[in-house]
Design a protein around this ligand. Structure first.
Ligand SMILES: [Zn+2]
Length: 265
């Protein structure tokens, strides 16, 4: 929990405020923050806890924190961080998932192309219409052939691939499985940005989880830390160089280092 800094609290007072705001129990907060020995009676702890809680800075800090967390209209850093982390952690599989199932030749009889019955009837229909059109135009229809039904009509994309399939050799084919967006969990809803109709079908718009993680990192100052670390690296490098330069040069580099300037220029 990030505490307001302006109340000038001691570390123990800060620990007290943090614990109290989370659990709303002054005696527990006192025990956590001040670690009174077992010889201190419960009544004494309660009295001391009350004293700390009522003290000026602590009371104001508690009020500040509680105001921020209880008032839903205040969108503080903590809530923002939580929101970004929730998005970053949400499982995109809930929205859409890539699955691997059998190919058309895996379960076909004799590993021939396997149809769904509707598909086969439609294919036959197309050929018959083509033949009728050619006949009407007085053209030969001898090149036309009905689709081969040898593999059968029981194609089921959800079945597992077959290892000795001559077509996919057990690797199967991937298919994208969309989910019913009215049944999404609260976490998946965070990711869901609606659907867009495209030339290739429906596209599910999803929040960018990497971006969300970046935003969360920015809030906790992770990127600042990185800069601090690289600053420290430069200082360490300069310190290493110090050992190999003559004393006058070393003094100059050291002065530059103290001034926060890059050494060796
Ligand atoms: Zn196959």
């Amino acid at each position: 929990m990030t505490l307001p800094v302006r109340h000038n609290l001691t570390l123990s007072q800060q620990a007290f405020v943090a614990h109290y705001c989370e659990h709303l129990n002054a005696s527990d907060a006192y025990r956590a923050a001040y670690n009174p020995g077992p010889e201190v009676s419960a009544a004494k702890v309660t009295a001391m806890a009350g004293e700390v809680k009522r003290s000026k800075g602590v009371a104001a800090a508690i009020q500040d924190v509680l105001d921020k967390t209880r008032n839903p209209t205040v969108f503080n850093q903590q809530l923002a961080l939580q929101a970004w982390l929730d998005i970053a952690r949400a499982n995109p599989n809930e929205l859409i998932s890539l699955r691997v199932g059998c190919c058309r030749y895996c379960h076909g009889q004799g590993h021939a192309y396997q149809w769904r019955l509707r598909e086969y009837l439609e294919a036959v229909d197309r050929v018959e219409k083509q033949a009728a059109a050619l006949a009407l135009a007085g053209k030969a229809t001898t090149d036309l052939a009905l689709p081969d039904p040898a593999g059968g009509f029981d194609f089921n994309a959800t079945l597992a691939p077959v290892e000795d399939c001559p077509e996919c050799h057990g690797e199967g084919v991937e298919r994208v499985v969309p989910r019913d967006t009215t049944k999404l969990s609260p976490d998946a809803l965070l990711l869901y940005g609606g659907v867009k109709s495209t030339r290739n079908g429906v596209e599910i718009i999803m929040a960018d989880r990497v971006k969300a993680l970046e935003n969360a990192c920015r809030i906790i100052g992770a990127f600042d830390d990185k800069m601090r670390v690289s600053g420290q690296l430069a200082t360490m490098q300069a310190a290493i160089q110090l050992q190999t330069t003559d004393p006058n040069e070393a003094a100059r580099v050291y002065q530059q280092m103290l001034a926060g300037m890059p050494a060796g220029e």
